[in-house]
Design a protein around this ligand. Structure first.
Ligand code: SAM
Length: 157
């Protein structure tokens, strides 16, 4: 069975984010294990932004299995329409290890995570709050899955 890990910097999601992510992620059923794991954000303190990003990078990299295929969520990344995303998703899953989708915190990613990434996915050129990005990723992944498996969702929603 394939596995998808959504590693999202941030904590204490509002109830509507937990409810929406829980709803979309539960739809995959037993055929694909999709798990969202929170990465605690670093404090923005005297060390400055670079130090905070380095700490978040270290936490993201520690949560990433060695065999993972990491894809960064980044507004400057590759843009897809839904059919192209379904193809890309299917390709990402074929790499064998878990597919890891990384959502950054308030300031995005540091160089360590960028160097480890195998692809980047832009939801739009607009910047979204990271909690909203979680919901969009969960919905778009399920839409892609329903296109790949000819499930009714993508025609009904
Ligand atoms: C508030 S944004 C960070 C903005 C930060 N200034 C930057 O330039 O990356 C938080 C995270 O949400 C995700 N995100 C926000 N908008 C996105 C978009 N349009 N496409 C893909 N990911 C996005 C990214 O993972 C980003 O690191």
């Amino acid at each position: 069975m394939s596995q998808v890990l959504i590693l999202a910097v941030g904590h204490r999601p509002p109830a509507w984010v937990s409810a929406a992510c829980g709803d979309y992620l539960s739809r995959f059923g037993r055929r694909l294990k999709v798990e969202l794991k929170e990465i605690p954000p670093a404090r923005r303190s005297a060390g400055g932004l670079a130090a905070a990003l380095a700490q978040e990078d270290a936490r993201l990299l520690a949560a990433l299995p060695d065999s993972a295929w990491p894809v960064l969520l980044d507004s400057r990344g590759e843009q897809y329409d839904s059919e192209a995303l379904a193809d890309a998703f299917s390709g990402w899953l074929e790499h064998g290890g878990p597919l890891a989708l990384l959502i950054g915190g308030a300031d995005g990613f540091g160089p360590g995570v960028r160097a480890r990434a195998r692809a980047s996915w832009s939801l739009s050129r607009l910047t979204f709050p990271h909690m909203l990005a979680r919901v969009l990723v969960a919905e778009q992944l399920y839409r892609a899955w329903s296109l790949l498996h000819k499930l009714p969702y993508h025609r009904e929603h």
